[in-house]
Every structure is written in structure tokens, then in C-alpha cells.
Design a protein around this ligand. Sequence first.
Ligand code: ATP
Ligand code: MG
Length: 403
Amino acid sequence: MKLTTMPSEFQEALPILERIKAAGYEAYFVGGSVRDSLLGRPIHDVDIATSSYPHETKQLFARTVDIGIEHGTVLVLENNHEYEITTFRTEDVYVDYRRPSQVAFIRSLEEDLKRRDFTVNAFALASDGTVIDKFSGIADLKAKKLRAVGKAQERFEEDALRIMRGFRFVATLDFDIEASTYQAMVSHAPLLAKISVERSFIEFDKLLLAKAWTKGLKQLLKACAHHYLPGLEQAKEACLLMIDQLGPDFCFQNDVQAWGALILYLKMAEPRTFLKAWKTSNEFQNAVLQMVALYQLRTKRALSKADLYHYGKEIAQLVENLRYAQGLSTDFRAIDQLYQALTIYDKHAIVIKGGDLIQTFGIQPGPKLGHILKQIEEKIVDGDLANTKEAILNFVKKELANE
Ligand code: ATP
Ligand code: MG
């Protein structure tokens, strides 16, 4: 098969292929970008595979970064784009069902394509537009089938992350899993316990954010893969309820909302521990926990100006959007209005600082000063105190007189 028109992302990258070929090596576009272009989906990251070894690739380009040189990957910076150029390789030494500890560089494209996970991810696109399809990936694309390259059992044994990737591709591509591939995913799911949590997180996170997330998650649950994922061992019923309530057309707006919803449906007593078990960043944990907290507040009452001040508009909108999907009452206008009515968005915007109070009133630094500053902040947020020096000093004067 030959592409008649190459998407612009490939056209822009063609000079890279040509430069490698002019030096006597082979080079192709590979991976998700070829799959997505055949599906007419938007392309991100154009990846290149080549017969040149990393040190040979580096000699061909002025600006390169060794991002994964031991796995054969060189990053090339060229006309404001970044391209990952990876040497054809096999993965021959697997330790403990994880990623290979060693890779062997080779000069054969076919061997390189064989080590790829699914047939629809194992295309190579030549510079003249020819699609190299050694494993009937085009037929699988047409049939919307996800099929492992080669013997599924062996492939999942080599790297169990491919099982998670499988569910993730069901969700992103809205494909079904071919029967023997699915059987192997089920039988090898226990190996997921050996996969690094960070790698599983990336795939599970992409699954949740995908358009067909309900399909991907249902398949994952049916295969009992959740038994081997942190904190999700008992999650089947709760996840099915979430799928049922939110419905097939709902898409999570971002991963803060997705993981927040998961925590809410699972009724997690210790959500921080759950997010830590997935080795997520503190920043992510804080955002998710804020979303969960605001959701819980919102079930009890309408939002206030102080809520918008403390949680921010974005979190409030995520909460409201989740409520909308659940068929609960919503008030998006109130969020805009409350947010706009705020006179400060940050305590640094308060015109009086602690130092001013120490100077003017001789208050000593300590809990009392902290308490007064907190009161000032709250009153300004609620709209009960103007953010002017005069008003704030007057307020403090009264407070001190009342003591
Ligand atoms: P996306 O569109 O999300 O980037 P992708 O298919 O490009 O999806 P990547 O993780 O970017 O996925 O990997 C690029 C390619 O590398 C894949 O298409 C596949 O051919 C191969 N690949 C990646 N991870 C694995 C793996 N664990 N086992 C086998 N092949 C893999
Ligand atoms: Mg990719």
C-alpha cells in the first residue's frame, strides 16, 4: 500500500529520512504516527527507525541529545522540531517480565517491527509513501482489531506492560481485542504486578482520558487486570457504577478529574495513600485531593466566594462538569460570577503585610499575628473588608481593642 499524500508532519520530517538514507542507511517513520495517519487521526510525535547505529546517527545531525542511547534512541533537533531516531533493534534479554535489560542493535527493519506490541503499531512508512505492513496491520485497522504481533502469550511474557497498553489502545482507538490476544491478556494479567507502577500509570491515565474509556476500562475489568493494579484490587463494582453513571459519551476533561472521580466512586478512605501508591507527583496528588474535597463540599451546599478563592475556578468547573455527567444539579454561571466578584485571587495581593502590623501596632510575630492576617484574608475574600490600608488598619485596631 502506498500513501498518495503524506500528512504535513511527515513531509516536514522527510529531509531527516533523506539525510540518513544519503549516508547509506535505511530510515522509516514508525509507531503511532503511521497508525494514526492511516486512521486519519491527528499525529503527534513522528518517530523514526533506522539501520544506522546511534553514534552513526549522531554524526549526521548538528544538534542531537542522547535521550536513551543505551536503547538506541537519539533525539534530533531540526527546524524547530524534535525527532526520536531509534536504531533497529531486538529485545532479547528480559528480566522478571520487565523491560529488557539489554537491547541488541540490528540492521534489519523486519526484525525491529517484530518486537513491536500490536500489528497496528508495527507499520513502517518509507519516504516514498510505501507502507510496510508485515503483520496484516492494515486489515486489522480496517476491522478495528487489536492483535499482538506474533504469539500473544510470548509477547506479554516478554513485557507485561503490553497488556496495559492493549487496554489503553482499546480506549484510544475504540478497537476490539482479537480473541487469542485477549485470552493471553487475561492469562498473563498477573504479570502486571511486576511492572513498574510509573509505566502502568502512564497507560492507565491515557486509558481514562481516551474517548472510548468506558470500553477500555470494561475490558480491563473483565480480564481482572485491576487485581494487579495499586488500590484497584476490589474496584470492579465501583468502576462499573462509574461507567454506568457517567455513560459512554462522557469524556474526562483532564486526569485530575478522572482520578478524582475514581476516588469518589471507590469511596477511598485514604485517597492520598492511593495516589502515592501510583507514584504520582505531589502536585498531582494535591490537585486531585482538592477536586475530591470540593466535590464533597458541593454535595452539601452551593459554592461560595471563599471556595472559588481557595480551590480556584478550574477545580470548581471540573467538579461541576462531573456533576453534570452524573445528572446532578449544576450552576456554571455561579462559578463565573463568584470568581469575578473576588477582589483578590491570592493573599499576596493584600495591601497590608505582617510587617506593617508589627510596625503600626507592635504585635509580635507569632500565632496571634498569623491569626489576624488569616482573618483579614477571609474578610477580604468574603467581601466584608476592603483591600485598602485604611480599612485593614481600622479593622485590626478594633480587633485589638476588643481583646
Ligand atoms: P501514542 O500515539 O500514544 O504515542 P504509540 O503507539 O506511538 O502511541 P508509544 O509509546 O509512543 O506508542 O511507542 C511508539 C511505538 O513503539 C509503538 O507504536 C510500538 O510500535 C512501540 N512500542 C512502545 N512500547 C512498546 C512495548 N512495551 N512493547 C513493544 N512495542 C512497544
Ligand atoms: Mg508515540
